[in-house]
Design a protein around this ligand. Structure first.
Ligand SMILES: Cc1cc2nc3c(=O)[nH]c(=O)nc-3n(C[C@H](O)[C@H](O)[C@H](O)COP(=O)(O)OP(=O)(O)OC[C@H]3O[C@@H](n4cnc5c(N)ncnc54)[C@H](O)[C@@H]3O)c2cc1C
Length: 420
């Protein structure tokens, strides 16, 4: 009798094998199908898609970035998200809420002006507004400490698992196959170092093209082919308060520049999230992770939550008294230079990376999928050269890589003039 957990037979070979069915792997599969390819197999160790870091995502989508290429990336991703919402049988739950980024210092205000210029240069609407405008929308916020705010009307939110589902649906309609409960255990390479097959706990799949979209496990998967890449999982968390009488419907997201924190409405409660305080980031060392083993989730980070409440003490004075209804904590990955790792390594032909999402792997997933496909084509945009895995081939120190990756996470929302 067939084992119900192994209901889908693995094919003996596939044109493209994608490892990981989180937001990124599903986006890669959808983009491969969109490009006219059909022989696509997605493998994931979990029983269903989007059960890794994607399941923890806050679902926020923001077009403000310190890097023009990243803004252009998100503009493209937003088009895909809107198109999925309009046209697909399964939508990502997209809701355009707008966002406010608030600054309380002179440096912070200058940083907002720089961000506005970068956004505008890529055609994104971004308007400087008085903090009182933020207070009119967010009644529970005390805005007296803030100097300036930046409003982006096109920002919004989606449901991370629905985004993955919408992309999976699209990929499957075009012939892609998804095999869950299938753990990748090894990669076979030929004498020339190129990928020949992917080993799993359910058998071998012969392929010449494998995409590594394994999220927090991506460094371990790359190592299976002899490729050492600094993809560092760093803890990130949020909590959601119980419904509040003063909150109804959606409101623009809030990002607090100096505090490195964010807030949004979820189910009439307030989600508050962010990173650890500078110098207190918690990272995993990929050298300690067994290749092929899954990374679990962090325990509820009570200290980090305490720091969030302290950080917002002036802006949301009642936050400590609001009961909490949900918590999330996961291991998004960071790289030492804060950029994704995308495309094929010359050292292992046939191994393509789609990892190192720098906490941008949900909002960034649709465009990331397209970048992977573009990397398969001859002509590439310069942005892709910057993301290529071989930028780390000269070698790196794991100690420095972990420190830099943690540093990027701690300053993720802290956009000062220097950072811009
Ligand atoms: C609290 C929190 C809030 C966040 N908020 C946002 C947000 O608002 N917006 C945003 O854009 N990003 C956000 N992020 C970051 C975002 O969640 C990640 O960047 C994104 O989910 C990464 O997706 P992924 O597909 O690369 O990884 P994952 O979702 O982890 O998928 C990787 C998959 O690979 C599979 N896998 C691993 N090893 C193997 C193996 N050996 N064999 C087979 N399968 C394997 C796993 O089972 C998993 O399903 C947040 C993260 C956290 C923790």
């Amino acid at each position: 009798m067939m084992d119900p957990a192994n209901a889908v037979d693995l094919p003996a070979d596939a044109g493209y094998v994608v490892v990981g069915a989180g937001a990124v792997g599903c986006a890669v599969a959808a983009a491969l199908i969109e490009s006219g390819r059909s022989d696509v197999l997605v493998l994931d160790a979990n029983p269903d898609i989007a059960q890794g870091t994607t399941s923890m995502g806050a679902g926020m989508f923001g077009l403000l970035r310190t890097d023009k290429d990243r803004v252009a990336h998100d503009v493209e991703g937003l088009e895909v998200i809107r198109e999925l919402e309009r046209g697909g049988d399964v939508g990502p739950g997209w809701e355009q809420t707008g966002s406010f980024r608030l600054a309380s210092s002179n440096d912070g205000a200058e940083g907002l002006r720089r961000l506005r210029e970068i956004a505008r240069s890529e055609g994104v609407t971004a308007e400087l507004v008085a903090p009182s405008e933020v207070g009119s929308a967010w009644k529970l916020l005390d805005v007296s400490r803030f100097r300036l705010a930046l409003f982006v009307p096109e920002d919004g939110q989606l449901r991370p698992h629905l985004l993955a589902d919408a992309l999976r649906h699209r990929a499957m309609q075009g012939g892609a196959m998804f095999a869950q409960n299938t753990r990748v255990t090894g990669i076979n390479t030929g004498a020339d170092g190129a990928v020949r097959a992917v080993e799993t706990d359910r058998g071998t799949v012969v392929t010449q093209c494998m995409v590594n979209a394994a999220g927090a496990c991506a460094a371990g998967i790359a190592r299976m082919a002899g490729l050492e890449l600094p993809i560092v999982p760093v803890r990130h968390s949020y909590f959601v308060t119980a419904p509040l009488a003063t909150v109804s419907g959606s409101l623009p997201h809030l990002r607090f520049t100096e505090e490195g924190l964010y807030a949004r409405v979820r189910d009439r409660g307030v989600m508050v999230g962010g990173w650890e305080r500078p110098g207190e980031g918690v990272a995993l060392d990929p050298r300690d992770m067994r290749p092929g083993a899954l990374v679990g989730f962090p325990e509820i980070p009570r200290n980090a939550y305490g720091a969030f409440v302290e950080g917002l003490e002036g802006a949301m004075p009642d936050l400590p008294r609001w009961p909490r209804q949900a918590y999330a904590s996961g291991w998004p990955t960071f790289t030492p230079d804060g950029q994704h790792i995308v495309g094929e390594s010359r050292r292992v032909p046939g191994l393509l990376m789609a990892a190192g999402c720098n906490a941008h792997g949900i909002a960034g997933a649709p465009a990331l999928g397209r970048l992977v496909v573009e990397s398969l084509q001859g002509r590439q945009k310069p942005y892709l050269d910057r993301l290529n895995p071989d930028r780390f081939s000269v070698g790196f120190s794991w100690g420095d890589a972990i420190t830099s990756a943690r540093g990027h996470s701690e300053t993720y929302n802290v956009l000062t003039v220097q950072a811009a």
